[in-house]
Design a protein around this ligand. Sequence first.
Ligand SMILES: [Zn+2]
Length: 357
Amino acid sequence: MQQALHRSSLVPRGFVVESACYEGDKAVITVRASGSFGLCPSCGTVSRRVHSHYRRRVTDLPLSERIVQLVVIARRFRCDAVLCGRQIFTERFSDGILAPSARRTARLDSLVHHLGLALGGRPAAGFAKRLMLPVSKDTLLRVVRRRHRPPADPLKVIGIDDWAWRRNHRYASIICNLERRRVVTLLPDREPATAQAWLAAHPTITVVARDRGGRYGEATAKALPHAVQVADRWHLMENASRAFLDAVRKSMRQIRTVIGATTIDPKLLTAAERLQYEGYLRREETNAVILALSKNGIPIKQIVRQTGHSRKLVRQVIRGERQDVFRTRQSSLDQHLPWLDDQWAAGCRNGLNSGAT
Ligand SMILES: [Zn+2]
């Protein structure tokens, strides 16, 4: 069954097309509301008494590869209610069609909103241009922000932490609602006084998760003395993992001795360790040559001459002192450690009169 395509079916619901024409690269469609009355926004009284007309220009969805401008002929009504302070009011349309003082129809605004959400300001602006939607990147961001309704329930559980405007240069503080997993606000710096002022203005907060530094703790204690302070999981994990890695790094030599060089899997090494490992493989080749010569009873002097390696190196190889995979720098303290241990065990704990001289 075929149905005629009416001009009015192209414009938002509730409008009737008066005329349509092309103006340059735009389609300009003049419309008026199909209803015959207005509702006073102050008292809700129905009025049919038209005071005057005025024109509103709003952008609508594109049509046939053209930007569409709607010229809405809107009315001003008189309010006849005796007790209403308003004498004249302008015609309102429902928010789902055309919001008061909006410059885009609701259906276009919704499209702009979704584009902004999906792509962000600049990429969405580029895409919108291709779709014949005349919006700038700033407009896209503004629409996303305008349509974002902050939750109305009181803030109870928050997290506060450093946030970098520019890493290593300028820092701010970020505050998140941990129940809703949303950012609440950014404070311009990470001064305790700034955080304290913000926290004091939000007395509904009962739990504050923070890092283990003292600044936010101090601010919270002053602003919200009854709030529970907890170390947040990320910082606990971060601190624990750093402590663990420190401990492992310090005992790396012992650990490698215990697990032995045969257990190395090159795939599991870091880039730096892989370089060291490749060096180790080269050293092993040299070692094998020198050891083979030495096993055949060739004196060190001759091995030095034959291989071109230094006398010191050849001697190290023969003594088995050149087999470390990862060569760690020897601390100058290492050779004194047994002596220090003895002193400590003997109860001598003062470095000044330890009698080391
Ligand atoms: Zn009224």
